[in-house]
Design a protein around this ligand. Sequence first.
Ligand code: DCT
Ligand code: MG
Length: 501
Amino acid sequence: MDPLQTAHSGPRKKRPRQMGASMGSPLHDIKFQDLVLYILEKKMGTTRRAFLMELARRKGFRVENELSDSVTHIVAENNSGSDVLEWLQVQNIKAGSQLELLDISWLIESMGAGKPVEMTEKHQLVRRDCSASPNPELQKTSPLVKKISQYACQRRTTLNNFNHIFTDAFEVLAENYEFRENEVYCLAFMRAASVLKSLPFTIISMKDTEGIPCLEDKVKCVIEEIIEDGESSEVKAVLNDERYQSFKLFTSVFGVGLKTSEKWFRMGFRTLSKIKSDKTLKFTQMQKAGFLYYEDLVSCVSRAEAEAVCALVQEAVWAFLPDAFVTMTGGFRRGKNIGHDVDFLITSPGSTDEEEEQLLPKVMNLWQRKGLVLYYDLVESTFEKLKVPSKNVDALDHFQKCFLILKLHHQTVDSGRCSQQEGKTWKAIRVDLVMCPYERRAFALLGWTGSRQFERDLRRYATHERKMILDNHALYDKTKVTVEDSWKDPDGSMVPIWARI
Ligand code: DCT
Ligand code: MG
């Protein structure tokens, strides 16, 4: 984190029975000629699938071994609509509006009834909109997925982004609004980028945006322009804007935030070399380190590098607290293969408060003696002083943490090196270490896994939909603590839910 922060082969036809190579067992009579089922193995397993296929065939259903054009119903277990759509996408099969995607409960009820039961909303993994245009072309990519939540934490989002063209544009605009401290528009574009990243299809017409939440008019205008012209004039203007370019450059230096960027911009600076060589400017230790290791820090951290850092962190931590859990968090925990830093959460079940408090200073000391620390800033825990949970969805936690720049020697990295200067045998890597009390590890881990939008929406969801407050320390039940005084601490602070279990 930043320590300065506050689918398509036309519609499928329901064909009459055809005997084919992929036909199921011919030993059973087919009673229901109009249905051709395919049971998805994903998340079900081979054995259960084989069992269900045999059972369904015995009951007179036609079940295909392979997914073919004749299939009319896909039946899945433990999969959401978007899971199945995504699977189909990977198979290069686009789900036409006549292909039913059903939960296993429909097949089980149908086998129980001895005939296909009516497909209701609870069986359907994707929404079937009867009022939709009869034109199959218009239906092909319409958002068939059941109501998309406005909360990122209620949406399944993989690393497969089918809407890069839009989300890249939104991210530029969000960043520009951030530079201009326009929080409302910044959030609007970040939310829009987040929701489009969760879609299992590419938006190709404005009709595809119907029913998608978090797309404000301003956002829709950008989508429309990109659909029509292939690019957004607003994004083009931002990318050419001197202020945006300068802020982007200045904030790329570790330790430089919006205030410093604003100051340098107003002073007329446009390049880092001019800033570095200016005798009148005073830099913080963080900024000095930022300039010193600039090239390394702006280049990506690869997964191989992150794994090498992880080994170093574990080795150092275990030297002092052998029972400690060291978990890589942030983007790498979410499966990303590159990042701007490597984040870790450390927690130890058996340590005393003092041992806990001493761990990060000891690790820093050890690494300094080994010449591995290029910069560090240890932030002491303010956790004990914390009385009420923060209602600010962007609030930072109160755990002890250390923002550092680590010297990673090449031999500790197996592969995936980023660009390196000639002759240099190491790379400066930004690392965040967070130490939390063992009983808070679940909340801390959740909070430090990200993404930022996911965390923000998780907290908003807790507040608005569950009347609870979630932060990196605990989950609080607002209704219980106010109604039942017994759940209040003597000093009036709220008691976290976990304490009551
Ligand atoms: N975080 C948060 N709120 C913030 C900043 C960070 O909840 N304002 C959480 C979510 C992710 C985690 O901390 C680590 O933050 P970063 O390292 O900034 O994010 P990342 O997802 O790891 O991204 P990157 O790959 O750029 O490091
Ligand atoms: Mg990170």
